[in-house]
Design a protein around this ligand. Sequence first.
Ligand SMILES: Cc1cc2nc3c(=O)[nH]c(=O)nc-3n(C[C@H](O)[C@H](O)[C@H](O)COP(=O)(O)OP(=O)(O)OC[C@H]3O[C@@H](n4cnc5c(N)ncnc54)[C@H](O)[C@@H]3O)c2cc1C
Length: 367
Amino acid sequence: MHDNVSVIGAGTSGLIAARDLAAAGIATRVYDQKSRLGYPPKASGIISINGLESLGIGYRKAVTNELFGANIHAGGAVMKVMSRKPQAHVLDREKLNLVCYEEAVSAGAKAELGTKINDDMLEELHRSSVLVGADGPLSAVAKHFSMGSIERYTLTYKAEYNVSVEDPRAVDLYFDNSLAPKFFAWACPNSKDVLEIGIGIDGRHGNSKAAFEKFVRMKDIAGRIAGAKMLDGYASLIPMQTVRKVVDAKNEVVLVGDAAGQVKPTTGGGIVFGGNAARMAAKAIAGYINRGDGLGTYEKLFRKNFGLDIKLHSFLNMIYSSFDERKLGFMINAAKTLGFESFFANYGDMDRPSVMLKRFFLRGLAK
Ligand SMILES: Cc1cc2nc3c(=O)[nH]c(=O)nc-3n(C[C@H](O)[C@H](O)[C@H](O)COP(=O)(O)OP(=O)(O)OC[C@H]3O[C@@H](n4cnc5c(N)ncnc54)[C@H](O)[C@@H]3O)c2cc1C
């Protein structure tokens, strides 16, 4: 049994795992192919406040905006879900990565940046350490150890525009399966003078940049960014399913974050699930090294804590993915008539649909 850990990938999930491992007294080394972590900013940073708090990171330095709610557009209808208190923050992803990096290093983790880990290096590290695969959606670790491939991806494209944002408290989400098949498009105020426009499309439906160009020509969006300067645009991808297994106990390998597909299939958000899974993985590895507990504890903990919510997110994604514009518009109008705008504003939980369902039924019983 090895007594030290190599973490492959210094995104938020890898760094959170490295921080918790080092804090538990385990010799930990984290590798990343990039020298400048979190750059380029290919992903957005809308993260629930509850979720951020659960990660135990000093995220406040990275906050660029507070979100109180969302305007959900579909089939010509709009549902406005606005809370009295902020529900989520928008974070600068490069700064968030830096915060996580500093925390990992101050806890005692060593970092080797600018080092791409290939198959030969993986074999070498595997001979001397427990491995944490935190190397993102196209994980070389998951592939090398045959831990289950991810077949479903969302392809994304996003760009920022310098504009004065009319209402920086709300993100706009556009559901339209002919424009953004099986996902959605968004306009998010990253701050009061930067608007991020983005789109995700099902991986089998072609080109996310072409879909983005169509989206920014839509009247609503074109009007908001008219005459504005577009900053750099980026394409990327989001895994839409979890891998078959997150632990290979025999080879002493675990996967965390996008490498394991620990992402909400409704929104593509992966920081909260991936970061919490990284914490569970670190705890299980520390138990394994310090007390000889089984590494499989991580698999059990992850499935127990997030299994149901990931299934519910997948189910919701499947439902709206199968509706055409007319049905989506009808659903939005029906939800408004049934009072769901205020229910979501008061009882919504953007990470955990299971918590929201519980609140829904408890409220029903309390009536
Ligand atoms: C357009 C878009 C919008 C998003 N919006 C949100 C959002 O609003 N909220 C949210 O919570 N999530 C969002 N996500 C998802 C979120 O970005 C990911 O879930 C999160 O970044 C996963 O973190 P990670 O550390 O697991 O992986 P990554 O951030 O992908 O980090 C993996 C790291 O591994 C390194 N690496 C890869 N291969 C190797 C190798 N062979 N050797 C060495 N290093 C390697 C990479 O350089 C990278 O630094 C979005 C994603 C996209 C694409």
